[in-house]
Design a protein around this ligand. Structure first.
Ligand code: PBG
Length: 329
């Protein structure tokens, strides 16, 4: 690889000027690299702050136009909807997931009707926003049941597809759900609904602020280690991805992001498939609480996000997605 040596070879030559640095840049961020998460709440005309995530809000459905307009104007290809479900609507089975008038379904219809295919809409497939115990599936003796949970996820998937969801994102980590969901969608003629599998989702402490944002934090009993991955493992991540691709995933997600750049890189190198990375709530909060409003330090955010691209991510789910231009400035 080395083609010369000092003094003939000087790597600093290419770095001397701004134009030259721009000319040789290997990675960059564009709006196309982002997915914008949006938190939903019931009610009217509300924009509610989230204590653990300064700068991020929950919105009522009537407020969505502003956010979606802005996302489209900025060129963001896709949004992701997450509901804050009121406790009285939760139960142990998470049946609110199958209510065609739930928050996500109403938001889907509203956005799809107005914006058609101007922007993609992604929805989680999992029961945690709807269960009283805060787990992603059905709970029996502290264990999340696999096959029984999948049965409900199938109907949640189909319902969301019917309401206008473009990309279903199973984030539940049940074994075999991608294949079952693909079959079920096809059978009901949703052959073109895409599946973005949260194939590599670690049982992480970085999800705390998100659970606060969707109202499951104080409800969650125990932890999610019997279904989400152990963060001591990386070979296992490749097995998860291999299976999900075989079962029909169109794209895969690695989550969290920054502490798992090695995994993003491995997945990208081993499988030629679009790889998304999720800069999760805890990563966001760490940055926000750490750098406050010091503008020079906001470059830390950029440095963070570029590392995802360098590792091989095609796009990043980020709570900064719609503020990137302010950050770069
Ligand atoms: C739900 C889900 C979680 C996140 C996205 N979908 C939390 C969890 O699994 O407990 C976390 C996102 C974030 O922390 O920003 N299955």
């Amino acid at each position: 690889m080395i083609t010369g040596k000092f003094p003939a070879l000087r790597l600093r030559r290419n770095r001397k000027t701004d134009w030259s640095r721009r000319l040789i840049e290997e990675n960059n961020l564009t709006p196309n690299d982002f997915i914008l998460p949006i938190f939903l709440i019931d009610g009217k005309n509300k924009k509610q702050s989230i204590k653990s995530m300064p700068g991020v809000y929950r919105y009522t459905i009537d407020k969505l136009n502003n956010i979606v307009d802005r996302a489209i104007k900025k060129g963001i290809p896709m949004i992701a909807l997450f509901p804050y479900t009121e406790k009285r609507k939760k139960n142990d089975l998470g049946t609110e997931a199958l209510n065609e008038n739930n928050l996500v379904c109403r938001a889907l219809q509203r956005i799809k009707n107005k914006y058609k295919n101007e922007i993609g809409i992604m929805c989680d497939v999992a029961l945690d926003p709807y269960t009283l115990h805060g787990h992603d599936g059905l709970l029996q003796n502290k264990y999340v049941l696999n096959d029984e949970t999948i049965k409900i996820l199938l109907d949640q998937s189909l319902l969301q597809a019917q309401m206008g969801c473009d990309v279903l994102a199973p984030s539940d980590m049940m074994d075999g759900r991608i294949g079952e969901i693909r079959k079920y969608l096809d059978k009901h003629n949703f052959k073109m609904t895409q599946i973005l599998s949260y194939a590599v989702k670690y049982a992480s402490s970085f999800y705390g602020p998100f659970r606060d944002a969707v109202g499951s934090k104080n409800l969650l009993k125990g932890n999610k280690k019997n279904y989400q991955m152990d963060y001591r493992n990386s070979d296992e991540a490749l097995r998860e991805v291999a299976l999900d691709i075989k079962e029909g995933a169109d794209m895969v997600m690695v989550k969290p992001g920054l502490p798992y750049l090695d995994i993003i890189k491995k997945v990208k190198e081993n499988f030629k498939i679009p790889v998304m990375a999720y800069q999760v709530s805890g990563e966001y909060s760490l940055l926000e609480y750490g750098i406050k409003n010091d503008l020079t330090d906001r470059n830390i955010i950029l440095e963070n996000l570029i590392s995802f691209k360098r590792a091989g991510a095609n796009a990043i789910v980020s709570y900064y997605a719609d503020r990137l231009d302010q950050i770069i400035k």
